[in-house]
Ligand binder design. Structure first.
Ligand code: PLP
Length: 400
């Protein structure tokens, strides 16, 4: 079948929950993707912040192959070596104390919510606790995660949500304080908002949230699913501010392509929340996924991936700032490290499609923001190549 035939077949068989771009991808190599007709694309999406190490990073495939040859799944009722090693390394990378592996980001959020509710239940013996989340946040599509997602459009048709969720404004500490009461069990936010428009939480805001939590025995949950794993130049974005969460979620780049996530907590929360029988998952943390996590964390360590991000990200910022200067319809740049957005005064769909036709894969975050979440291994020359194609796409669509 040719590309159009595959697309037609897909639209016939797959549930239409995505408006997909009109390409069928076949394979990747470094920071490039190839479609089934052999066209090459510079990849500035990385499977949405998943392929931090690009495609076929040295040693990664070999590790997975070796694990496939041993065993890919056992059960969480038995121990396995990759899970033991992955947990130890993830603790070292995050500074957290206890790890629960999941299959996805949303599942990590579900676990974090359950841990917070159980903590509060043990604290005061009641059950109707509240969680404060942020407007414009995104935490996933399952019911718990959707309930704390601060975008009514995503939730509307699926009401009722899990209940007792309150929304405050990011970087507006007064709006958070107003919602705190004796029933509050957790404050949940992305350290840098992703889908909601590449908005970082200010250091001062994080500090004030932290002390609000400490004063009221409220748990701080930081969602690092998109902004974590080195993307901001720190292994986890909160590490820049020094404001440590009580519970943290991670996924996306954690396995660099193998579906895996995790929620982690401090020893204090671990000892006073979920206990044997309270939570589980069949696949979560299976040997294949954990072999990937373990190898990814080794590579981050040995090849100083976060150092590379800190080195190359300012160049991307400089180039994006130049676009903001040049075009009055580009209003601002937002984000941190290799998690950047350009806010347009108009929809960006045409720019994305034009760029794709010229060999650049790029994505939006909301209708009017272009999002840049490339593999963390990009070099300056790739940024130049991206800017070159993007500029052509912007010129073409602006004059159309
Ligand atoms: C992608 C994302 C999620 C959901 O992760 P899934 O693996 O798609 O379930 C949750 N939170 C944030 C910040 C995300 O970017």
């Amino acid at each position: 079948m040719n590309m159009n035939e595959y697309i037609e077949q897909a639209e016939h068989d797959l549930l239409h929950t995505y408006n997909r771009y009109q390409i069928v991808l076949d394979h990747g190599d470094g920071v490039y993707l190839y479609d089934i007709e052999g066209r090459k694309y510079l990849d500035f999406v990385a499977g949405i912040a998943v392929f931090a190490l690009g495609y076929h990073y040295p040693g990664y495939d070999e590790t997975l192959h070796a694990q496939i040859d041993k065993v890919i799944h056992t059960s969480n009722y038995y121990y396995n070596v990759p899970a033991v090693e992955a947990a130890r390394k993830l603790k070292a990378a995050s500074g957290m104390d206890r790890v629960f592996f999941t299959n996805s980001g949303a599942e990590a959020i579900e676990g974090a919510i359950k841990a917070a509710r159980k903590y509060a239940y043990l604290r005061d013996g009641t059950t109707d606790h509240e969680i404060i989340a942020m407007e414009h946040s995104f935490h996933g599509r399952t019911f718990g995660a959707l309930s704390v997602t601060g975008n009514a459009h995503y939730r509307e048709a699926f009401e009722p949500m899990i209940g007792n969720i309150r929304f405050a404004g990011l970087n507006d500490i007064e709006s958070v304080k107003k919602l705190v009461n004796a029933k509050t069990c957790a404050i949940l936010l992305e350290t840098v908002q992703g889908e909601g428009g590449l908005r970082p939480a200010d250091k001062e805001f994080l500090k004030e949230i932290r002390s609000l939590c400490d004063q009221n025995d409220i748990l701080l949950i930081l969602d690092e699913i998109q902004c974590g794993m080195g993307r901001t130049g720190y292994m986890y974005a909160w590490q820049e501010s020094g404001v440590k969460p009580d519970i943290m979620t991670t996924a996306k780049a954690l396995g660099c392509g193998v579906p895996v996530g995790a929620f982690l907590m401090t020893e204090r929360v671990g000892a006073n929340s979920l206990a044997a029988g309270d939570h589980g998952t069949t696949y979560g943390g299976n040997p294949l996924a954990c072999a990937a996590v373990s190898k990814v964390l080794d590579i981050f360590d040995s090849d100083d991936i976060t150092g590379h991000v800190r080195e190359v990200a300012p160049y991307l910022e400089e180039k994006l700032d130049a676009l903001v200067q040049k075009y009055d319809f580009i209003q601002e740049r937002r984000g941190k490290g290799l998690m950047q957005g350009l806010k347009f005064d108009r929809p960006v769909a045409d720019v994305i499609n034009s760029a794709m036709s010229k060999g650049l894969i790029i994505i939006n975050a909301g209708a009017d923001i272009l999002r840049f979440v490339p593999p963390l291994i990009i070099e300056r020359e790739h940024i130049d190549e991206m800017i070159d194609i993007l500029s052509q796409a912007i010129e073409e669509t602006a004059s159309a």
